[in-house]
Write a protein that binds this ligand. Structure first.
Ligand code: PLP
Ligand code: COI
Length: 369
């Protein structure tokens, strides 16, 4: 294992205070009570690129705060992107990552749009793997949760001009998590056209830190009204976009409709679900803009009624079944509010692959040796 002794003198090490954050006491962690909140683990990793845009070899250090100047571009102008991944302990005891190269590729696309040097795929996967291994004791037992992996890339260099920083920091930290919404229990969602998550030709497709803070207020209001989250619509208020942290899909008449839009995040779970549906379950998939009226059975879809099943997909959210949706004061129920059979099959398939309970015909999982 790499330790804080290795790569001593790296720029990364000089830009953090290793060991300054106390890790959670392992003995006091209750795996069955994990939600999606902060738990500090002992090690983090990272690398820094200077003006030449070349990242140094990664260093794994004891977890600590970062030395960020007040003039850092990320703080002042939001030059910050991230990824979300999970390592899972399988039923066979092996630790698996899920499609890490897809996260590396999306991280690189996000970096390019925000004018930061892209972290090369090898460095991305090496850092993730080393940090997971270093914190392996914090990976929940099989079926009890996951080790959530958070790679972050941000402009740490000082700027006053609204322009890219000359120094970019890549950090990977990990922590155990349980369910994000309610796991495999149905949630209620509020469809909303008073707030928009992303502009039509903006950066909604980028996993930018700045896409999330604007969703805090709508989500806070929705939670206050008893909903788990908000379903955002496009700029015309016609098509479904996504939930603030997950993509949206529904089942109607045996077909799977997966919402697409240029301004939403291209989810890796969404992509995996579509392949499983088409190739393993033989379900027809309609991957296109999806009208809210089609979801709710309104307007020209009135004779069809609301979706038979609805769910959202994401690394944190996994597959979260949606039992009902509120729109303009009316409540619509999908499949009697219960978990739909296709939703359950998709969950079982993807969860089975991620935990080694089922074969992985696509080679999506990477075992951390
Ligand atoms: N949409 C948003 C806004 C997200 O933050 C996420 C989570 O990463 C997703 C969708 C789902 O993406 P993925 O399945 O790659 O985790
Ligand atoms: C993820 O699913 O990994 C995400 O990044 C969403 C996050 C807001 C929890």
């Amino acid at each position: 294992m790499t330790t804080d002794k290795e790569n001593k003198g790296s720029r990364f090490e000089s830009m953090c205070v290793p060991g300054s954050l106390e890790p959670a006491d392992l003995a006091s962690l209750d795996w069955s009570k994990l939600g999606f909140s902060v738990t500090v683990t002992p090690y983090m990793g990272g690398s820094v690129a200077g003006p030449d845009g070349v990242f140094e070899p990664c260093a794994v250090v004891k977890t600590g705060v970062l030395r960020v100047p007040p003039q850092a571009c990320a703080l002042n102008y939001g030059q910050s992107i991230f990824e979300g991944m999970k390592a899972r302990r399988g039923v066979d005891g092996k630790i698996r990552l899920f499609r890490p190269e897809a996260n590396a590729a999306r991280f690189a696309r996000s970096a390019e749009r925000f004018m930061m040097p892209a972290v090369p795929q090898d460095l991305f996967i090496e850092t993730v793997t080393k940090v997971v291994k270093a914190n392996r004791d914090y990976i929940p037992p099989a079926e009890k949760g996951s080790l959530y992996i958070r790679p972050v890339l941000f402009g740490i260099g000082k700027t006053l001009q609204p322009a890219p920083a000359d120094t970019t920091m890549f950090v990977v930290y990990v922590q155990p998590v349980g369910v994000y919404f309610k796991g495999m229990a149905t949630i209620s969602i509020k469809a909303d056209d008073t707030f928009q998550r992303a502009a039509a030709r903006g950066t909604g497709w980028v996993k930018a830190a700045g896409n999330y803070a604007p969703c805090f207020l709508p989500a806070y209001e929705a939670k206050h009204e008893g909903f788990s989250d908000v379903l955002y619509l496009d700029h015309d208020g016609v098509n479904v976009e996504e939930v603030g942290s997950a993509n949206f899909a529904m089942v109607k008449g045996g077909k799977l409709y997966v919402a697409d839009s240029p301004s939403i995040l291209k989810g890796i779970t969404r992509d995996s679900v579509m392949r499983i549906a088409m190739e393993m379950l033989g379900i027809e998939v309609v991957f296109a803009p999806l009208e809210l009226e089609r979801v709710l059975g309104l307007g020209k879809y009135a004779s069809e009624g609301p979706a038979d099943e609805a769910f959202c997909t994401g690394t944190a959210a996994a597959i979260s079944p949606i039992g009902s949706m509120k729109w303009k004061g009316q409540s619509y129920t999908f499949g009697g509010g219960a978990i739909g059979p296709i939703t359950q099959k998709l969950f079982d398939a993807i969860d089975g692959i991620q935990t080694g309970r089922r074969p992985d015909p696509y080679g999506w999982t990477v075992v951390v040796e």
